[in-house]
Design a protein. Structure first.
Length: 428
C-alpha cells in the first residue's frame, strides 16, 4: 500500500498555476500592445500617403482646370467672331431695308452726302490732326450740314470712328454713335471693338533668332507645296491683326505666310506697342514671301528695293531669317558672321528693344476714310514711309552694344517739330 501511493505524480500547487497563467497573459498583453502599435504606424503611414496623393490629385486637377478654361476661352473667342459677323450682316440688311423704303435712288445715304464731296482722300489726305476744322472753312460747313440734316439722327465723324483703333477693348459703344449704309463691311471696319490681345508666350531672348528662322523656313517650305491657283494672299491681314488681334482676323490668317508672321509678331516682337511698327514690318516681309511664293514681275515690284537679295545672300548658304532683315549691309554682315551674334540672346534682345520704324503721325492715320465706299483704305503716305529705307532705324542704345554696326544701320534721331510738319508733302 505504501509503495503504490508513492508512485503517483505530485500535484502542482495552485499558486504555480496562477503564476504561469499570469506570465502567459502578460506576454499576450505585450504582443497585443506591439500589434496595436504596428497597426497605428500602418494607419499613420496610410493617412500620410493618402494626404500626399490628395495633394497631387488637386495639383493635377488645377492643371485640368487651366486646360478646360483655356478651351472655354477659345470657344468664346470663336463665338465672339461668329456673333460679330452676324451683327455685321444684320446691320447691312437693316441698312438695305431703310435705303429701299426711303425712296431715294442715290446709293449714298443722306448721312454721308455732305461727307462724300471731295474724295481725293486716297491721294492727298493729310493726317487727322490736319483734317479737323474746328471752325470755318469747308470742314465747318460740312459739320453744319451734318447737324442740320433732317435724316441724320446722329453725327457721323470718321475721327470718332477711328478712335476705336486706339481705344480697342474699352467700353466704347460704337453702335449708339455711328451707322453705315454700306452693304459690305470694310476690312478696316472698327465699329465692333475687341479687347487687346494678351501675348504671354514671348520667346526667351536666346531663342528669338531660332523662332524667327524656324517660322520663315516652315512658311517657305509650305508655300512651295501649294497649288499655284491657291497663291492669293489677303494683304489686309497684318492691318486686321494690329486692330483686332490675331485671334479675330478670320480664316485668311491660316495662309502659311501669315502663320509665320503671326509667330514672329507674337513670340519675337510681342513687346512692341507701336501698331504702325508691327504693321510695317509684317507688310515688307510678306512682299518678299509673296514673291518667293509666286515670282512674277508684279510681285517683285512690290518688294522694297532695300529688301531685295544681296549677292552674298544669293551665293552663300545662310539662315532664312537673314533675308527678312531690313538693312542690306546688316544682311551682308550676318551672312558671314551670324554665329557670332546668335550664340546668345544679347543681339536679339537689343534688336527688339531698339528697332524703330519712323511714323510721326497718329496710328489712326495709317488708314484713310473713303466716303464713296464708306470704308477705310491704307494711307498712301503710310506706304511711302514703309518703302523709304531712311524710316527704318535703330535707337542709339543698340550701337553702344554693337558699335561695329554703325555703318550698317541708320541711327534714329528725334526729328524737330519743324521737320515733322514741313518736311512732308501730302501729294502722292
Amino acid at each position: 500500500m505504501e509503495g503504490s501511493s508513492s508512485s503517483k505524480p505530485a500535484k502542482v500547487p495552485p499558486q504555480t498555476k496562477r503564476g504561469i497563467n499570469e506570465s502567459r497573459a502578460e506576454r499576450k498583453r505585450v504582443q497585443d500592445r506591439l500589434a496595436q502599435r504596428a497597426t497605428r504606424e500602418r494607419t499613420r503611414s496610410r493617412i500620410a500617403f493618402l494626404e500626399q496623393r490628395l495633394k497631387s490629385l488637386e495639383a493635377a486637377d488645377r492643371q485640368g482646370e487651366i486646360v478646360s478654361l483655356t478651351r472655354i476661352i477659345e470657344d468664346l473667342r470663336n463665338e465672339n467672331h461668329r456673333l460679330r459677323d452676324a451683327l455685321l450682316k444684320m446691320r447691312s440688311t437693316i441698312d438695305e431695308t431703310i435705303a429701299s423704303t426711303s425712296g431715294t435712288s442715290s446709293s449714298t445715304s443722306p448721312l454721308f452726302e455732305s461727307a462724300a464731296t471731295p474724295t481725293a482722300a486716297h491721294c492727298n489726305s493729310p493726317p487727322s490732326h490736319q483734317r479737323r476744322h474746328p471752325s470755318g472753312g469747308d470742314g465747318g460747313s460740312q459739320d453744319h450740314r451734318l447737324e442740320t440734316s433732317p435724316s441724320a439722327s446722329f453725327e457721323f465723324n470718321p475721327d470718332t470712328l477711328l478712335q476705336m483703333f486706339e481705344t480697342a477693348g474699352s467700353t466704347f459703344n460704337a453702335w449708339g454713335q455711328m451707322a453705315t449704309t454700306s452693304s459690305s463691311a470694310s476690312p478696316f471696319d472698327f465699329r465692333v471693338a475687341t479687347p487687346p490681345e494678351v501675348v504671354n508666350n514671348i520667346a526667351p531672348d536666346v531663342d528669338k533668332w531660332h523662332v524667327s528662322n524656324g517660322a520663315f523656313i516652315n512658311a517657305l517650305t509650305e508655300i512651295r507645296k501649294r497649288n499655284p491657283a491657291d497663291q492669293e494672299l489677303d494683304l489686309h491681314v497684318p492691318f486686321k491683326a494690329a486692330i483686332w488681334g490675331w485671334n479675330n482676323v478670320g480664316p485668311e490668317a491660316q495662309h502659311p505666310v501669315w502663320l509665320a508672321l503671326r509667330q514672329v509678331d507674337q513670340r519675337v516682337f510681342g513687346t512692341w506697342k507701336s501698331k504702325a511698327q508691327r504693321i510695317a514690318l509684317m507688310y515688307v516681309c510678306q512682299t518678299l514671301m509673296q514673291y518667293r511664293e509666286n515670282p512674277t514681275a508684279d510681285n517683285l515690284g512690290r518688294v522694297p528695293e532695300f529688301l531685295r537679295p544681296r549677292p552674298s545672300q544669293e551665293k552663300i548658304q545662310h539662315p532664312a531669317v537673314i533675308d527678312f532683315l531690313i538693312w542690306p549691309a546688316l544682311r551682308d554682315r550676318l551672312v558671314f558672321e551670324y554665329k557670332k551674334y546668335t550664340s546668345t540672346g544679347i543681339f536679339s534682345k537689343a534688336f527688339v528693344e531698339n528697332f524703330n520704324f519712323y511714323w510721326p503721325y497718329p496710328a489712326r492715320d495709317i488708314f484713310i476714310y473713303d466716303p464713296a465706299t464708306d470704308g477705310y483704305d491704307v494711307s498712301p503716305m503710310f506706304l511711302r514711309h514703309v518703302y523709304d529705307l531712311k524710316n527704318w532705324t535703330m535707337k542709339p542704345a543698340f550701337f553702344k552694344q554693337f558699335p561695329e554696326m554703325e555703318n550698317d544701320i541708320p541711327v534714329f534721331t528725334e526729328p524737330s517739330d519743324d521737320d515733322e510738319v514741313s518736311g512732308e508733302s501730302w501729294t502722292i
